[in-house]
Design a protein around this ligand. Structure first.
Ligand SMILES: [Zn+2]
Ligand SMILES: [Zn+2]
Length: 155
């Protein structure tokens, strides 16, 4: 999972190029999103980030503060905008056990099928492990201390 500050160079389309930066909580409760518009004649090849550019390359910038909910909507929209044909099953991080899992494998937005089952009684995945991961839901077998404790108590 990328940590912030996250910086991205976009120069796939020569006349629409620039940089994106995401920083969490410059303002409390907000995600800062900043975009930099780079002049069409400025070559970004070999340039990783703004600091390596002459100032004249920056045509403009826009800095926004997104609420967490707005940031989530934006992230989901970006994921939804990726065509299915090139789409690898998207993975998300389980907030309980810390494992990645296929977002489609769980009805909950932040819990893997295993943890959703353990905590809320949701239907679990019929895990099939290969190379340390379930091939159905991508869970890696992690169990949080809390869930392990619950199981211990139930035994
Ligand atoms: Zn989990
Ligand atoms: Zn599974």
């Amino acid at each position: 999972m990328p940590r912030t500050p996250f910086r991205l160079k976009c120069d796939t389309i020569p006349y629409r190029k620039g940089f994106v930066e995401v920083v969490s909580q410059i303002h409390e409760g907000c995600v800062n999103l900043e975009t930099f518009h780079i002049h069409v004649d400025t070559d970004l090849k070999g340039v990783a980030w703004l600091g390596e550019l002459a100032d004249s390359g920056v045509v403009g910038n826009c800095e926004l503060e997104l609420t967490f909910e707005e940031a989530r909507q934006l992230a989901e929209t970006l994921l939804a905008a990726i065509p299915a044909s090139t789409e690898l099953p998207s993975t998300v991080l389980c907030e309980e056990c810390g494992s990645l899992y296929f977002s489609k494998a769980s009805k909950l937005s932040s819990l893997c099928p295993e943890c959703a089952h353990a905590l809320y009684g949701d239907q679990n995945c019929p895990h099939q492990f290969s190379d340390g991961r379930c091939t159905v839901c991508y869970w890696d077998g992690s169990v949080s201390a809390f869930v392990r404790g619950q199981r211990g108590a139930a035994d």
